[in-house]
Design a protein around this ligand. Structure first.
Ligand SMILES: NC(=O)c1ccc[n+]([C@@H]2O[C@H](COP(=O)([O-])OP(=O)(O)OC[C@H]3O[C@@H](n4cnc5c(N)ncnc54)[C@H](O)[C@@H]3O)[C@@H](O)[C@H]2O)c1
Length: 260
């Protein structure tokens, strides 16, 4: 039986107040990590800090470099260092390109891509000082193909996260800082839960493994990449998508019904 993988490690999770970030924060804490919970949603963040023993909440707007600097200064003052960073804060864009405003484009790119880059930048010095660390970026299957629900700005941001992950892994390998990504498929979280049951079922029908991804499925992949079990993995983008990226886009049941 495997023991806890993060005993005495400090883990920072952005987007920790909801969905995939919240699941990752819970899972890291369950395996012994001291978790710094970062999010823009103060109320939900406070509830998470009450739920997770030994965690601390830090309000941040990851679209702002100044806000990120202030939050990470407070994290370092509180915990002394950072061993693991999970970049999960993110938003979705809905407008088609012909209707998209410059502000909508900037908001999604600033939060999803620039925020990931600047939060990673903020942990380089403490991780270098302690001899290494692990960063896991939450991209999306949209980073490899096209989003189900998001728009061009969302797909561009998530493709950017995959590219950023590769290049940061290359640069930071010299300091034994590993940088990896996960690419979730449609996942039941705050971002998706407003959909009607028939919409949820229509999406599930296109997923080879037959169901929506749960936040805990993604958290399991994040914990693997953040742990010493992935000691020689860097620059990867691990799909957690139930097989969507290897499917041909057809309704899965109909596809097999038409075969002999
Ligand atoms: N749900 C899906 O189907 C899905 C699929 C693939 C990838 N993702 C990615 O997973 C990540 C987490 O999304 P989720 O599905 O858990 O959604 P969610 O809405 O449940 O959680 C996102 C969290 O990010 C926080 N956040 C948003 N803007 C912020 C900002 N400027 N500063 C700080 N925090 C901010 C929100 O307050 C929220 O708590 C996102 O990057 C998303 O793009 C989600």
């Amino acid at each position: 039986m495997r023991g806890p993988r993060f005993t005495d490690k400090v883990a920072v999770v952005t987007g920790a107040a909801s969905g995939i970030g919240a699941a990752a924060a819970r899972a890291l804490a369950a395996e012994g990590a001291k978790v710094a919970l970062l999010d823009a949603n103060e109320e939900a963040l406070r509830a998470m800090a009450e739920e997770i023993q030994g965690s601390r909440a830090f309000t941040v707007d990851v679209a702002s470099g100044a806000s990120i600097k202030a939050a990470f200064d407070r994290v370092l003052k509180t915990f002394g260092t950072v061993h693991v960073l999970v970049n999960s804060a993110g938003v979705i864009g809905k407008s088609t390109l012909q209707n998209m405003t410059e502000a909508e484009w900037d908001r999604v790119l600033d939060i999803n891509l620039k925020g990931t880059a600047l939060c990673t930048q903020a942990v380089i010095a403490p991780m270098r000082a302690q001899g290494g660390g692990a960063v896991v970026n939450v991209s999306s299957m949209a980073g490899k193909r096209v989003s189900f629900a998001g728009a061009t700005n969302y797909t561009a941001s998530k493709t950017g996260v995959v590219g950023f992950t590769s290049h940061a892994a290359f640069e930071l390998g010299a300091y034994k800082i590993r940088v990896n990504a996960v690419c979730p498929g449609p996942t039941i979280t705050g971002m998706t839960s407003k959909r009607k049951p028939e919409q949820l079922a229509a999406t599930a029908a296109k997923i080879p493994l037959g169901r929506w991804v749960m936040p805990e499925d993604v958290a399991n992949a994040i914990l693997f990449l953040a742990s010493d079990e992935a000691a020689m993995c860097t620059g990867t983008a691990l799909d957690v998508d139930g097989g969507i990226l290897v499917s041909n886009g057809s309704n899965y049941e109909e596809y097999f019904a038409s075969r002999t």
